[in-house]
Design a protein around this ligand. Structure first.
Ligand SMILES: Cc1cc2nc3c(=O)[nH]c(=O)nc-3n(C[C@H](O)[C@H](O)[C@H](O)COP(=O)(O)OP(=O)(O)OC[C@H]3O[C@@H](n4cnc5c(N)ncnc54)[C@H](O)[C@@H]3O)c2cc1C
Length: 373
């Protein structure tokens, strides 16, 4: 029997496995496809919520803790694996935000660095932007990370640990249950059906978490929200910082790649990139950085964010069960929130003092269950 089985190896499952295995627990991480092939690969990797003042204190609390831990996490992963997650604290310039007064109030209250940027400051910082912008907000500490590299490094660091098994191309299909305990998970892998007995089970299945938990008659309100992105490739970086305007953003990567994001679409589990999104994202990108109007798009993709009400993830025990936990529903912020979210989940599984008040994230706040308690 394994101490813990984790279902889903996106950023959340990988970091949850890292936290729990660091406490000496035997962990099996089960992933239907390849590790981090879904939303955690598709995301932009901004290590901050967009317009952070528009989120609840529950999201800010997780984000603050995670943002502090990111530099050390990335440095450790580089040392452990040789893979650099490219943590870049290049800052975020938000153009023409209508609610700048609320933003400044939030920044003072949450002790975040934020300054008003007038026209001269905007163009001194980013001379290649289009000429249209007269005011902005500058958050110098906001970073971005190469999320596919971050996840690859996490996977590689886990596979080196004797107490961790990572099973890819293996789908969890159901649960064996005895009263209020999960005895085992039922799975189908390359060698056919199998079962793994587990002391504790953690669902980190992203946008699919709600579907999986319906097997146990639990209704967790986590819905897929499609997001599409574009990639441009240039010979050298054309921006020094990230730019956000009317919900669309530009993320410069080292070496000249530039990401444009993103759409917000409620279309179930459809992940097909569309022409309409391509056009709309291209227009948004060129409105910010006119040189993009003449450049070909190198790549377009879509991912499914795990949407939960208010963007507040579900972290903790599921009602009606002694040994079943969830860590899912991080919506637009799963990469930034992942380290703090994984730590809190591990606190609750292990029974150690919680690093944050778990109440705002408790699944019992929203879950509907047909199961007797
Ligand atoms: C376009 C876009 C841009 C984004 N930009 C950002 C950003 O800049 N910053 C930020 O913080 N966040 C961003 N996000 C959000 C972020 O990507 C997600 O919140 C985060 O990746 C969620 O991680 P996860 O591990 O919960 O889900 P996922 O990465 O989707 O992982 C869930 C995993 O569970 C597996 N799984 C599901 N069901 C089963 C099963 N039955 N058995 C086994 N495995 C299963 C899936 O295959 C998947 O690999 C963005 C998302 C998108 C789509």
């Amino acid at each position: 029997m394994r101490d813990v089985v984790i279902i889903g190896a996106g950023a959340i499952g990988l970091l949850t496995a890292r936290e729990l295995s660091a406490e000496g627990l035997d962990v099996t991480l089960i992933e239907r496809g390849a590790c981090a092939g879904e939303s955690s690969w598709a995301g932009g990797g901004i290590v901050s919520p967009l317009y952070p003042w528009r989120y609840s204190d529950a999201v800010t609390a997780l984000a603050s803790q995670a943002q502090h831990s990111y530099p050390a996490l990335c440095a450790s992963l580089l040392e452990e694996t040789g893979i650099d997650p490219e943590f870049e604290p290049c800052g975020l310039l938000m153009l023409e935000a209508e609610d700048a007064a609320e933003a400044m109030h939030w920044a003072r209250r949450s002790r975040r660095s934020m300054q008003k940027a007038e026209r001269e400051v905007i163009y001194e910082r980013e001379p290649r932007l289009s000429d249209d912008f007269s005011r902005g907000l500058w958050m110098p500490d906001v970073a971005n990370v190469r999320n596919p590299r971050l996840c690859r490094a996490l996977q590689q660091s886990l596979t080196r640990l004797p107490q961790v098994d990572v099973l890819e191309h293996t789908q969890v299909e159901g649960f064996e249950r005895d009263g209020d305990r999960i005895q085992a998970v039922q799975l189908r892998g390359p060698d056919g059906p199998a079962r793994i007995a587990a002391g504790q089970v953690v669902v980190c299945a992203g946008a699919w978490s709600g579907t999986l938990l319906r097997e146990l008659s639990l209704e967790l309100p986590v819905e897929p929200v499609k997001g599409q992105m574009l990639l441009y490739e240039m010979e050298a970086p054309q921006l020094r910082c990230m730019i956000l305007h009317k919900g669309r953003y530009l993320i410069p990567r080292r070496g000249g790649q530039l990401l444009v994001g993103s759409t917000l679409e409620h279309q179930g589990f459809d992940k097909q990139p569309s022409n309409s999104a391509l056009q709309s994202l291209r227009e948004s990108a060129a409105r910010m950085l006119p040189m993009l109007a003449d450049l070909p798009v190198k790549q377009q993709w879509a991912g499914l964010r795990p949407g939960a009400p208010g963007g507040v993830p579900f972290i903790g025990a599921l009602p009606g069960f002694q040994n079943l936990f969830v860590n899912a529903g991080h919506y637009r912020n799963g990469l930034v929130l992942a380290p703090a979210s994984a730590r809190l989940l591990a606190d609750l599984v292990i029974g150690r003092a919680a690093s944050l008040d778990p109440a705002p994230y408790a699944p019992a706040r929203r879950i509907q269950s047909d199961t007797p308690g």
